[in-house]
Design a protein around this ligand. Structure first.
Ligand SMILES: C=C(O[C@@H]1C=C(C(=O)O)C=C[C@H]1O)C(=O)O
Length: 386
């Protein structure tokens, strides 16, 4: 790892507020330290009014829905204007680097895992949803999440989490937002929206299969995914819905058939969707128009959101929600906060989900969810004394 990044990551442990954003190709690598202003309980309009007053890039996330997470600032939607931001790719700097806050550190490698709470009943709990999908043709898809909690006897080193994450999984997005005793971290492959002047890029990422252990097996699994009608249908629901929601705001370029997007654990059907704004629209408005796509919500949307609320164990907060940044000129990018964790004091909560259709096998979906959490499990385990 280059020493400049390394020095900035180490600084993560010294500030109460810090943020990191990078894209899979590392074209953008933003670090923010300290705080000049924050925003909570916002919508696209109030975000824009606040963002226009800032002289630095701003970072944060909209909550998945309106269900509150008790005792959390980050998970209910939070935007941060850091005191200092640097784009490590171009060297561009905004603001001035503040003196470190007085943050106490814990020795590395001294944490114990005290308790683990997993959703072993997930398949049984979700069975009625599958029955509805099978018997009511108006209900087509819902993405159901699973949360897991680990209790530690100490606090984590955020810089160490980031360093391990980058080594384990260099080619996904990396988003890390720290505020006081809370941390949200995601290694998602999924973009919600990127806006550069009037050019827009979004993508449908839905329909998944595991990676093979050899190149031949990997290729066979790719072919299986491409030929699988359940996955193709799951994917097309997302493509159709995204295009429909953008229709009045954007002149869309034509889309090609799905290709494959890989992470170390999974391969996904992937359709990039691009276009040009045909009217003045802020990135916040685009986020509100798109979120939640059926890649994280479902079809029909109202039923899917009610099902998520009624069948998942806890509110999602920033899990599966739009997280990202806005530059002073209004350009920016929001990604989907999946394959993620939320750390508050000594509790770590992990999140991943899977799209459920009438043709789904809940055991296979649960396995897919477990694969989706492996990276976050690994980076936490690295700081636990076993
Ligand atoms: C909900 C998640 O992933 C979503 C569900 C997918 C699927 O079921 O195929 C694929 C990508 C994401 O849109 C997650 O990773 O937590």
């Amino acid at each position: 790892m280059n020493s400049q990044i390394d020095a900035f990551l180490t600084a993560f442990d010294d500030y109460h507020d810090a943020v990191y954003f990078s894209d899979p190709d590392h074209h953008v690598e933003l670090v923010g330290l300290g705080q000049t202003s924050t925003l909570s309980h916002f919508n696209a309009a109030t975000l824009q009014a606040w963002q226009e007053k800032q002289t630095v890039p701003v970072f944060g996330g909209f909550p998945f829905d309106q269900q509150p997470t008790p005792d959390s600032q980050l998970m209910n939607g939070w935007m941060l204007a850091p005191a200092y931001v640097i784009d490590l790719k171009t060297g561009t700097e905004w603001g001035t680097r503040p003196a470190p806050d007085a943050v106490s550190h814990q020795e590395s490698g001294t944490r114990q895992l005290l308790a683990q709470q997993t959703e072993t009943d997930w398949q049984a709990r979700m069975q009625p949803v599958l029955e509805t999908l099978k018997t009511d043709p108006s209900k087509q898809k819902v993405v159901l999440g699973m949360q897991e909690q680990w209790q530690l006897d100490g606090t984590l080193s955020v810089s160490q989490l980031l360093k391990t994450l980058f080594a384990q999984q260099p080619h996904t997005y990396h988003f890390c937002l720290k505020h006081q005793n809370e941390l949200f971290l995601s290694a998602t492959p999924e973009r919600l929206v990127k806006l550069n002047q009037s050019h827009l890029e979004t993508a449908a990422v839905a329909g998944s299969i595991r990676r093979g252990s050899t190149p031949t097996e990997d290729k066979q699994l790719t072919q299986k995914l491409q030929a699988d009608s359940k996955n193709q249908r799951e994917h097309q629901l997302v493509v159709t819905e995204i295009k429909q929601r953008l229709n009045s705001l954007i002149n869309l370029d034509s889309t090609r058939p799905p290709t494959i997007l890989t992470t170390p654990q999974l391969q996904h059907l992937y359709t990039p969707i691009t276009g040009t704004l045909n009217q003045a629209t802020t990135i916040g408005q685009l986020v509100q128009a798109l979120h939640p796509t059926p890649a994280l919500g479902g079809v029909p949307l109202d039923w899917a959101l009610a099902t998520i609320r009624n069948f998942e164990q806890r509110p999602r907060g920033l899990f599966a929600a739009p997280v990202g940044y806005v530059l002073p000129d209004g350009s920016g990018e929001f990604i989907i906060g999946i394959r993620s964790l939320w750390n508050q004091n000594s509790t770590v909560t992990f999140f991943a989900g899977a799209g459920i259709l009438a043709a789904s096998d809940l055991n296979a979906e649960a396995q897919e969810i477990h694969l989706k959490t492996t990276t976050m499990h690994k980076i936490i385990k690295e700081q636990i004394d076993e």
